[in-house]
Design a protein around this ligand. Sequence first.
Ligand code: TYM
Length: 335
Amino acid sequence: MSKQRILSGVQPTGNLHLGNYIGAIRNWVEGQNQYENYFCVVDLHAITVPHNPATLAADSYTIAALYLACGIDLTYSTIFVQSHISAHSELAWLLNCITPLNWLQDMIQFKEKAVKQGENVGTGLLDYPVLMAADILLYQADKVPVGEDQKQHLELTRDIAVRLNHQFGNGQTILKLPEPLIRKEGARVMSLTDGTKKMSKSDPSELSRINLLDTKEAIAKKIKRCKTDPVRGLEFDNPERPECHNLLTLYMLLSGKSKSDVAAECQDMGWGQFKPLLTETVIQALQPIQEKYDRIMASKGYLESVLREGRQKAEAIANQTLAEVKAALGYSQPL
Ligand code: TYM
């Protein structure tokens, strides 16, 4: 039996943070040998908010190198850049024309991001989930490993696929319905400065997130300054103590210890004892990733060859799906 297919991606907006790593990439790595995997750097999504053309290309390389540094293995996985395969934009257009506008206006992430941009909300921000649907549906993905914040976009992707199949499939399934793959622990890593907000690249405060490429000093400073509470004794799952739950979860996931072990270890600790422990754990977890990242970045030719081969492999699948969708919609073959 052939393996099920996975597709996922991260935007090249700045550096990756612990939320991206724990909510998404670590899960890609852990499950990769069971699946046929496609991981893209979603650079077309990156321009849905104001971006810097001078750094876009370099940022895409950084993310691809981080995929490898985090443990993506080319034996099982294909890495590529979204904008290198024009089928993504083309399918997005075709899907736009069957997606009701109010489905997009209901998206939580659109509403949140639109508020931040005031009068200048671009059409691309509204359309972001349709492009994401195109990314997934082009590869006929079975599963999509993401953090909790992407759940609604996955539901929309399924709704779009159902609609296309129903309207144009003549009883056949043209696009496969993907399932979200969301882990229970770590699917929503919270900000270091506010345990009720998710850790995010767009938070103006650098102190709110730990980036995968942060120096030891930066990690130590961010944890030292992170928000805590005046209570002694640390515990999971107390809704009154969101920071405490978040920091213990980070410690648990990065140390590899079980929840019950961490709960027992930390139940009598004060913050003064826990913070250095967490700092050391984060540094230890990120060090091998940073070392591998430096080695990959020192060999740009290697990274280019990974992305070139990735594009070729991914493009063959994407183009086939696109041709099937175009045929279903009634388009003529190019002459
Ligand atoms: P992006 O770059 O915003 O996030 C990339 C991944 O990181 C997860 N994530 C988090 N997980 C836990 N805690 C957090 N604080 C946190 N912040 C981010 C996200 O859920 C995501 O899995 N729209 C996608 C990019 C995309 C995509 C796709 C994903 C475009 N096309 C196709 C899957 C399949 C996004 O959120 O990127």
